[in-house]
Design a protein around this ligand. Structure first.
Ligand code: 3HC
Ligand code: NAI
Length: 702
């Protein structure tokens, strides 16, 4: 990423204008760091220079340290030394911020003596999202200006803030009117004229004035972190670093920061979180699509205004696309349209959307029961009932009315996309766009590529995802694609554990302890047990009678216990409650099923529950890779992280397997297979191959 000359200096009157130029995001790679130090030293030694402005070319002020350098041997100068050198400059240094001044970028700016920013600039310390903490003085300098509370907010949330907020908390001094460079040069000239010298952040104390309040805030933050994220490495250390600003002189505070940063950066969590960062971006690179021009989408149709159709319509409208919703009758249409309106109304009520924006979206939103209304659209996404016959009728209608070249997308969860495509006269235009619920919130989109899908249509799916702010992952055709097919397998593992002796409550608890927000039985209750039930009934005729079948979920559904929405499922729910309590009647049903199956229940430790659940997940993922359904292990990780609540600090199932050690995972699979249900546990050939060659899954990520 290092360009030829990543830092250049030019003299503008009495001001040295230092420009960082390291596309795409001006990450603070070695060349940039060395260049900044050289520029400061040259400016200091040049009698013509009275002040320095540091700015960046291209789209942003440095967006942080170069994440690719973590885990490699450090190269001098380190970023903390760069920030210290800037701060020690004997002439005033102004940082001119635009774009996203994040992490090390903001730390460089805090090393400077004064900061000016465009109104559109955003600043933040997102290190926590990568499992680390600001390691170039950010934990010590931010509180000295903005106070410990604001500093903790920035560092624990990792969320960037806008220029106005940054000004309010003192992190920047001025907002630029007009051209940033001109404004920064004028600011520097003014400082020179006023005789304002350097103003090192390390010497500032205004943020630490109210020590008592700061101590109370830090104690509260510590308690919150210990309660809500006890398993995370970085947040608690961030609190300790901020506390050090009250207890230690600046230099010792920096040492403390360095020590705790070092502990974070070598942790598996940080490795996993950095993997997740790059995995999301890698997913957009699909072999064969380089240079393919996506079909243009300027207007969209959504067929079905239920849970998914309404959410998809909201997502499309929010991206600025006009949307026409088709429903089967006027009443269903009114319901679908009301659902869309309700989402916007809630957003306005909560202050997340202006009333004007809502009206803008609604003006672009039409409804019809006649498919003829779809004649002008470039993309139609069907989200009708998950039944082949219903889809057949809908696809037939779409085929009849859509213009040639318009894209026909299906949101099907499980059905064979090639069979759906064959129902039309134009399989090349058919693609799966598998959204996740709620579709306007969840950022994952599986782009399901059929045997005949045209590359420009696939590219259009990826372009649409970008437009919607979503991450697209390519998937091939099979029952359930990537995410749901894996889900079916590890749910099976959970069901077998339940039949063999673990209660659903023990299973959920073990997986929560691992880091999932919810266990599989809680998820079933939340989503509604009837969804899986319908699928099991559909698959019943083709079920292999030689495989054990666990009937517990069916028995609950037969009683009408569909989960939260009916007040009971695997758990009992007080009216309106989101958290359930264990249900003795469910345990009795499980007991009876064990007896009927001739099972002598045994106990499962939380470790074994996790080992089995994860092994099933990894094994199915490896099968998907073998079959070419998923392109690479990191794509699978993205699907599970973004669509299925896999804990991000574990990096996804495939990264977890690498960190755990692939030989151990394989060994587990072999042992589980030997003990029974071999069809489920039979190791995927890919795992055997990789272990035999001494490789890991990550070696397949490119
Ligand atoms: N290091 C290395 N590469 C980076 C990078 C970084 N800090 N930030 C972005 N990139 C790369 C991306 O991988 C991507 O590469 P690709 O084109 O080969 O896939 C390219 O730059 C463009 O990035 P995006 O696709 O994400 O572009 P967007 O415009 O959507 O987003 C962004 C820009 C908001 C800056 C986003 O990239 C981002 O959030 N970056 C990470 C910011 C961050 O976490 N900074 C803190 C780093 S840790 C640190 O500074 C430690 C210090 O305290 C010591
Ligand atoms: P839903 O039952 O909430 O909505 C389906 C809608 O389609 C209903 O409003 C119905 O009136 C309408 N419809 C039925 N036949 C129609 C026809 N011939 N013409 C026009 N409209 C018709 O179902 P949901 O949950 O929204 O699912 C829709 C699709 O999305 C299914 O294929 C499902 O597998 C898939 N899906 C569902 C997810 C979920 O979490 N609910 C997640 C991802 C995909």
């Amino acid at each position: 990423m290092e360009g030829k000359d990543p830092v250049r200096t030019e003299l503008q009157g009495e001001i040295a204008l230092v420009t960082v130029d390291n596309p795409p995001v001006n990450a603070l790679a070695h060349g940039v760091r060395a260049g900044l130090v050289a520029a400061i030293e040259a400016s200091e030694g040049d009698p013509r220079v009275k002040a320095v402005v540091i700015r960046a070319a291209g789209r942003t002020f440095p967006a942080g340290a170069d994440i690719r350098e973590f885990g490699q041997p450090p190269r001098d100068p380190w970023l903390p030394a760069v920030c210290n050198r800037i701060e020690a400059c004997t002439k005033p240094v102004v940082a001119a911020l635009h774009g996203t001044a994040l992490g090390g970028g903001l730390e460089v700016a805090l090393g400077a003596h004064y900061r000016i920013a465009l109104p559109s600039a955003r600043v933040g310390l997102p290190e926590v999202t990568l499992g680390i903490l600001p390691g170039a003085g950010g934990t010590q300098r931010t509180p000295r200006i903005a106070g410990t509370a604001a500093a903790l907010d920035l560092m624990l949330s990792g969320k960037p803030v806008g220029a106005a907020h940054a000004l309010a908390i003192g992190l920047i001094d001025e907002i630029a009117e007009g051209d940033l460079t001109e404004a920064a040069l004028a600011y520097a000239a003014r400082l020179v004229a006023e005789g304002a010298g350097p103003r090192p952040t390390r010497d500032r104390t205004e943020g630490l004035a109210d020590v008592e309040a700061a101590r109370a805030g830090i104690a509260a933050a510590r308690a919150k972190v210990e309660k809500e994220m006890p398993h995370l490495v970085a947040p608690i250390r961030i609190v300790s670093c901020v506390e050090a600003t009250l207890d230690l002189p600046f230099e010792e505070g920096l040492d403390r920061e360095r020590e705790l940063f070092g502990e974070c950066v070598v942790s598996d969590q940080s490795v996993a979180l950095r993997h997740a960062f790059f995995a999301e971006r890698r997913a957009a690179r699909v072999p064969g699509l380089e240079g393919v021009v996506p079909r243009e989408i300027a207007a969209a149709g959504v067929i079905g205004g239920g849970t998914m159709g309404a959410g998809i319509a909201v997502a499309l409208l929010q991206s600025g696309l006009p949307v026409t919703m088709i429903e089967r009758d006027a009443e269903s249409l009114a319901r679908g349209q009301a659902a869309v309106r309700a989402v916007f109304d809630r957003a306005v009520e909560r202050g997340r959307m202006t009333a004007e924006t809502r009206e803008q979206h609604l003006r672009q939103f039409e409804g019809a029961t006649d498919y003829a209304a779809l004649a002008p659209v470039d993309l139609a996404i069907e989200a009708v009932f998950e039944e082949m016959e219903v889809k057949r009728e809908v696809l037939g209608q779409l085929d009849a009315v859509l213009r040639p070249g318009a894209i026909i997308a299906s949101n099907t969860s499980y059905l064979d996309l090639d069979a759906l495509a064959a129902m039309t006269s134009r399989p090349a235009d058919v693609v799966g766009l598998h959204f996740f619920s709620p579709a306007n919130v969840m950022r994952l989109l599986e782009v399901v590529v059929g045997a005949g899908t045209a590359p420009e249509v696939v590219a259009a799916g990826f372009a649409l995802a970008r437009r919607l702010g979503k991450v697209a992952v390519r998937a091939g055709v099979c029952e359930g694609f990537i995410g749901n097919r894996m889900l079916a397998t590890y749910r099976q593992a959970a069901d077998y554990m339940m039949l063999d002796g673990a209660s659903p409550y023990e299973i959920d608890a073990a997986l929560q302890l691992f880091g999932f927000a919810m266990g599989p039985f809680q998820v079933t209750d939340l989503a509604g047990g009837d969804i899986g039930w319908a699928r099991r009934k559909r698959l019943a005729p083709t079920r292999d009678p030689a495989r054990r079948y666990v009937r517990v979920a069916d028995l609950l559904c037969e009683r009408g216990w569909f989960g939260q929405k009916t007040g009971r499922g695997f758990y009992l729910y007080e009216k309106g409650a989101r958290r359930g309590t264990p249900d003795p009647e469910v345990l009795a049903i499980i007991e009876a099923e064990r007896a009927a199956a001739g099972v002598t229940p045994r106990s499962f430790s939380p470790e074994e529950i996790v080992a089995r659940y994860l092994a099933a997940m990894v094994n199915e993922g490896a099968r998907l890779l073998d079959e070419g359904i998923a392109l690479r292990p990191s794509d699978i990780d993205v699907v599970k992280l973004m669509g299925y609540g896999f804990p991000r600090h574990r990096g996804g199932p495939m990264k977890w397997a690498d960190l755990e050690g692939l030989p151990g995972v394989l060994e587990n699979l072999r042992n589980f297979a030997a003990a029974g249900d071999a069809w489920l546990w039979e190791p995927a050939p890919l795992l055997e191959r990789l272990v035999a060659e001494g490789r890991d899954l990550d070696s397949l990520n490119d």
